[in-house]
Design a protein around this ligand. Structure first.
Ligand code: 4AZ
Length: 854
């Protein structure tokens, strides 16, 4: 393990590495001593001695049993909190926990905690000790003390104590008003406590008895940018089983601004996580955020404290350690008017404080918007994200935005509009003490009361859309109002609920109508029956009953438990050659094959970053598609895309590697592969350029029909994976990608038909199109080895230069990405009713294995 660094000139040496400072080890059990007496010949003495010994042993046994049970059945609880000491002036020495002044005041405070808890009949019984963790300066130059208090609680009393801990009055005594704490008889030793705040500590911290504990403290000064990072970053993964905290302070009337420049932790927050607090102790009531997994630098992760302190904590467990994090901190002045106020004019914009950073906790703002008399006003959001754990978007009791007394929270689509029937509107924003989000960015606009959407169609939700989009089968308004009251034409399916949908969506496996009209009368199965893939119908109740009623496993394919079946095109083949019914069991985190082979070789398809041109696409962020490769022809630049499937092999399209009269595309020496690239011509530290050793084009590739449009490229040496280079999972032959499912296409291809190549890697979300529908739309040119995807309304598609690149599909159960297709061909780009055509990778699983060993 790499030694821990204590970054920053103001950092303090860890006071001690003993985890018991915060996390006490469980009390050890006690040993029983043996009592043996020698035997004598006189029987009575023997009997008496034996009885006495037995009684003694029994007493000792009972005592030990009683004591053992008592100690064993206790749990440790920790409260953390803060209090303002209003009759103590702050001095810099209070920031140094090794100073005499710190120790003296800490002792006085912790002595008093006992007195405070004596007010609580529940807590006083189980109180063990308190320790002051830090002091900070309040806005009026007083001292704020941050403490941890420990309790040893019999298991039976655990819930009563939890209740007391979470009830402020019980936990910290009288909440309101000033409290005079008499400290012995010395004059001047009375501490006047003004504000107290306390709450439970995350049980994952309390229970971490085996973790090593490290503490760092920094004071940020105006104009300075400090850095904190996880131990070993960036050269080594963080150590296992540690609890590290960084106390960050700023001057009074300033906030701490914390910006993550790198964050790569284990995906499961139960194992390794970062927590940020609006305090100097880990009080659950004041958690600003909890983070784990991977974030790309493009995703701004900036947090602001409400006051002049912030605590960052890192907890790791024994297994799976990752690179960790780096963040910069600085102080920013609290402005007198950070948000709210009067807004006038015909239009304007306003945002939550700090946007696009996360807003700070404990904010209240009110905007009074007024447009010229005679006009009405509407507010539109280009971003709205006010999430908070345990708050549902219908009951906004935590962070919310209120417009004309209507509260909103959660995530809202960008088409959200609120209108007022007058020339005024009031917008209020409130953030509570805990958890923050990105907030909102809004625009207000005056409109004529009798013409709210000049030249456009007005949706029921006040959104204005292009009138051409009315009755086109798509929900452009966001509330379906552009698809209501339509007169269906002959090229439409008439849905029972009144909608009209394009006829070729009939029986495509997707419920486009919403009431399933377009998916009825597609087969021969009756209502209440399951349609098996082999054409049979079985009663619905036979689904997931552990019997293969369909005969092809359809009725057992989407169940928690798999059944073993005769192998067919619909079953997954385990390494031991048994076949199972579960659809897509590969790497889904559950062992389905008896030999565990469905969960082997699963170092693929993870892109811990959770995301959302190509034609009609948008820019990707760094590391978002770590399997994406740019294939350059020497002297020509980017030509095609490819996907990383192992540290040595790429998958691309066969048509990318066919010789032409002028150029020898089939020659490995002509190619350069760029892995981990985001912007053409801008290699980053994680970009790797590789030469190609071998190209294997599919032997049955047909250049006329584009059938079997797939090829393998072997790199000249293995690549080291990093956060921007990672393989995508290859789907098993039986992997099902169903019509209607959303998939992602990516590439540096042209952003318009006959347009120019993109510089930044583009991404677009498209849907898989039913094979029959696609074949109809594409003049019967679709073979079973092709899969179509697109947006039939047009505008979103792959294009020239995207060929060979991936169509990535997120598996809904595991979150892993699978290579569903390879960009192959199309009729132009982004045309209406002309989907993109992709090579169906499932058809080549064994060919890839045979040729590359992957
Ligand atoms: C091409 O020329 C190409 N619209 C790739 C994909 C599509 C069209 C053309 C699909 O590489």
């Amino acid at each position: 393990m790499e030694p821990l660094r204590n970054g920053g000139k103001n950092s303090q040496k860890p006071p001690d590495d003993d985890p018991s400072e915060i996390f006490l080890p469980s009390p050890a059990g006690r040993k029983m001593e043996k009592n043996n007496l020698p035997c004598r010949t006189i029987t009575i003495v023997v009997i008496v001695v034996t009885i006495l010994a037995a009684l003694l042993a029994l007493t000792i046994g009972l005592l030990v049993w009683h004591f053992h049970l008592r100690t064993e059945s206790r749990v440790k609880k920790v409260i953390s909190g803060s209090m303002t000491i209003s009759n103590q002036r702050f001095s810099d020495s209070y920031e140094d926990s090794n100073s005499r002044q710190f120790k003296e005041l800490a002792l006085r405070v912790s002595e008093q905690m006992k007195g405070i808890y004596s007010h609580s009949p529940v807590l006083s019984k189980y109180y063990v000790k308190s320790s002051v963790q830090a002091f900070s300066e309040s806005s009026d130059n007083n001292v704020i003390a941050y403490y941890l208090s420990e309790f040893s609680v019999p298991v039976a009393q655990s819930s009563a104590v939890d209740k007391a801990i979470n009830s402020p009055e019980e936990a910290v005594g009288p909440k309101q008003g000033r409290m005079r704490l008499s400290l012995g008889r010395k004059p001047g030793s009375i501490l006047v406590i003004d504000k107290m705040m306390s709450g439970a500590v995350d049980a994952r911290l309390v229970n971490a008895t085996s973790r090593r504990h490290y503490k760092n403290a920094h004071h940020s000064h105006m104009g300075e940018l400090g850095t904190i990072e996880s131990p070993g970053f960036p050269n080594f993964h963080y150590p296992p089983n540690v609890y590290v905290e960084w106390q960050l302070r700023a001057d009074p009337a300033h906030r701490i601004r914390l910006e993550f420049t790198a964050l790569h932790l284990e995906k499961d927050c139960n194992n390794d996580f970062i927590k940020i607090y609006d305090s100097l102790v880990p009080t659950e009531k004041q958690v600003i955020a909890e983070k784990c997994g991977y974030y790309t630098p493009n995703e701004q992760l900036i947090y602001l404290s409400s006051g002049n302190v912030m605590l960052v904590t890192l907890v790791t467990n024994r297994e799976k350690n990752f690179p960790g994090f780096r963040a910069t901190y600085s102080q920013v002045p609290v402005k007198s008017q950070e948000c709210g106020g009067k807004l006038t004019g015909m239009n304007g914009t306003f945002t939550s404080p700090g946007f696009p950073s996360r807003y700070p906790p404990q904010i209240q703002c009110v905007w009074d918007i007024e447009v010229p008399a005679g006009k009405h006003v509407k507010v539109k959001f280009s971003k709205f994200s006010l999430h908070e754990p345990q708050q549902n978007s219908h009951h906004c009791t935590k962070d919310y935005l209120e417009i004309n007394n209507n509260r909103m929270c959660g995530e809202k689509s960008t088409s959200t509009v609120h209108s007022s029937r007058t020339n005024q509107i009031t917008v209020k924003f409130y953030s509570d003490m805990s958890y923050v989000d990105q907030g909102f960015s809004a625009e207000f606009e005056a409109f004529e009361p009798n013409d709210p959407c000049p030249g456009k169609f007005q949706c029921d939700n006040d959104v204005c859309v292009n009138p051409k989009l009315k009755c086109d089968g798509y929900d452009d308004c966001g509330d379906m109002s552009d698809e209501k009251n339509c007169v269906c034409e002959e090229f439409h399916v008439k849905c029972r609920n009144g909608f009209c949908k394009p006829k070729f969506w009939h029986c495509d496996g997707v419920n486009d109508c919403g009431d399933n009209t377009d998916e009825e009368n597609c087969g021969h199965c009756k209502a209440g029956e399951v349609a098996c893939r082999n054409g049979r119908c079985v009663p619905e109740y036979k689904k997931c009953d552990g019997h293969n009623d369909c005969g092809d496993g359809t009725d057992e394919s989407e169940c928690p438990k798999s059944v073993v079946l005769r192998c067919s095109e619909y079953t997954y083949k385990c390494k031991n050659n048994t076949c199972i019914s579960k659809q897509n069991p590969q790497c889904d985190g559950e062992q389905d094959c008896e030999d565990g082979s469905d969960e082997a070789d699963c170092e693929c398809g993870t892109r811990p970053y959770k995301s959302s041109r190509i034609v009609g696409g948008e820019e990707s962020s760094e590391g978002e598609w770590p399997w994406q490769v740019s294939l350059h022809m020497k002297g020509q630049g980017h030509v095609c895309g490819a996907s990383v499937i192992s540290n040595l092999w790429l998958v691309t399209a066969a048509h990318c590697v066919q010789d032409t009269e002028k150029l020898m595309y089939s020659q490995p020496g002509q190619w350069e592969a760029y892995l981990g690239l985001l912007t053409q011509g801008k290699a980053s530290t994680s970009t790797v350029q590789k030469s190609v050793k071998q190209i294997i084009s599919h032997p049955e590739y047909n250049p006329k029909t584009y059938d079997n449009d797939i090829a393998l490229m072997e790199l000249d040496s293995p690549v080291n994976f990093n956060q921007n280079i990672w393989p995508i999972c290859l789907p098993a032959a039986s992997h099902e990608f169903s019509a209607g499912q959303a998939v992602w296409i990516t590439g540096w291809g042209t952003t318009r038909e006959d347009g120019s190549l993109a510089s930044v890697l583009q991404k677009a979300e498209v849907r898989i199109i039913n094979d029959t529908v696609c074949n109809q739309l594409m003049n019967d040119e679709i073979t079973p080895r092709m899969i179509c995807a697109g947006v039939l309304a047009g505008g979103v598609d792959a294009c020239q230069g995207d060929s060979g690149g991936p169509m990535s599909s997120v598996d809904p159960d595991s979150g892993r990405l699978f290579l569903a297709g390879v960009v192959s061909w199309g009729d132009g780009c982004g045309r209406k009713n002309r989907p993109g055509v992709y090579t169906r990778v499932t058809k080549y699983r064994s060919w890839i294995q045979e040729e590359s060993g992957v």
